[in-house]
Design a protein around this ligand. Structure first.
Ligand code: ADP
Ligand code: MG
Length: 337
């Protein structure tokens, strides 16, 4: 095979002919709102914008050896990178529109690119969010994705909207991904229940579920929202500071998955749920007059969410055990510096 240059690489692995594109018939999301006028191939991508919508955008960098282990499976690495970015759009109540990929590669490894581009395509198709451009250079492995989405004008969910008395909720279960990260080097042996639990937790690390359809529903109910990337206490702390309020959490209400409590003792499982990162669940607050309607959506199975506490006037975050005793978790989440 001829050695590939940068342009051949982009064409081969990242450009999509229409024949490649799935019909998205399995997608549960509302139709993409922005049309792609020009994708990969010109100086810029061009998206058409609807005057009734606002654009939300975000970027995230994943560095090999820092944000994922070196020599990771390229398909899983790509999936995780895009899912993490989709989660930011979900946290704003946004519908993903398109993304850009800035890829720094140590070498032109076709096996790696094959797996990486496949993983990217799978998630891109599942969330109707096409790759419309990017940059490709040589250097230590670094994956930077920039993502765009849309929300109806004035309907984005912010961190700063929580009010005293609002109920605090989280989607899904917490702590699985942090537990999975700690188990990445443990081989899954056999198909017993322990092996199934370990396999599940690792999958939650590699394939977190960006809560996009939940975010769209929450536009109607949430006063504030954030996605949990650095641990519940750290990320709820961002809502509290932005909203100038405090909170009380009931530890017994924190949702823990069966595989998590099967694998770890109760206190370790709870510590992972509160301070472990990488869950990419949503934490959101709901005014009391909307709680009943939100609970109805949960019972109808439109979203999985658990009520875990309440916004209070007193500054700070208090966690109480079943007996109402305050428990201290001062080691609050992952920090980069
Ligand atoms: P320019 O020199 O104008 O910045 P490039 O030569 O870097 O453009 O890229 C050519 C085209 O390929 C552009 O449309 C760019 O967005 C796209 N592209 C480059 N790298 C990637 C990538 N990793 N993924 C998707 N599109 C890419
Ligand atoms: Mg140019």
């Amino acid at each position: 095979m001829m050695p590939m240059n940068e342009f051949a690489l982009i064409k081969r692995y990242f450009e999509r002919s229409d024949a490649d594109k799935s019909d998205h018939s399995g997608a549960v999301l509302e139709a993409p709102i922005q049309g792609v006028v020009q994708g990969i191939g010109d100086d810029c991508a061009v998206l058409s914008t609807d005057p009734d919508y606002e654009t939300v955008m975000s970027t995230d960098t994943l560095i090999s050896g820092v944000h994922f282990p070196e020599n990771s499976d390229p398909r899983l690495t790509a999936q995780r990178a895009l899912r993490v970015n989709l989660s930011d759009i979900a946290a704003m109540g946004g519908q993903p529109s398109a993304f850009l990929l800035a890829l720094t590669l140590p070498e032109l490894n076709e096996t790696w690119l094959e797996g990486f581009s496949l993983g990217l395509r799978q998630v891109s198709d599942a969330y109707c969010c096409p790759l419309v451009g990017g940059d490709t250079i040589r250097g230590p492995l670094n994956i930077t994705i920039s993502i765009l989405g849309t929300v109806p004008r004035g309907r984005a969910l912010f961190r700063g909207g929580a009010q005293v008395g609002d109920a605090i909720y989280v989607t899904g279960c917490l702590g699985d991904s942090a537990a999975g990260l700690g188990l990445l080097d443990s081989p899954v042996q056999g198909d017993g229940s322990e092996a199934r639990s370990v396999g599940y937790l690792k999958k939650r690390y590699w394939q977190p579920s960006p809560r996009v359809s939940e975010g769209l529903i929450l536009r109607d109910y949430a006063s504030a929202a954030i996605d949990i990337s650095d641990g519940l206490l750290a990320d709820l702390g961002h809502i509290l500071r932005a909203s100038l309020v405090g909170a009380e959490l009931t530890l017994a209400s924190i949702p823990l998955s069966a595989p998590l409590v099967d694998t770890w003792a109760k206190t370790k499982a709870m510590t992972l749920a509160l301070t472990g990162g990488d869950d990419y669940e949503l934490c959101f607050t709901v005014p009391t007059d909307k709680v009943a309607m939100l609970e109805l959506k949960v019972r109808e199975g439109l979203l999985s969410a658990h009520r875990i506490g309440e916004i209070s006037a007193k500054e700070g975050l208090i966690c109480r055990d079943v007996n109402g005793i305050v428990v201290d978790f001062s080691d609050a989440g992952y920090q980069h510096f």
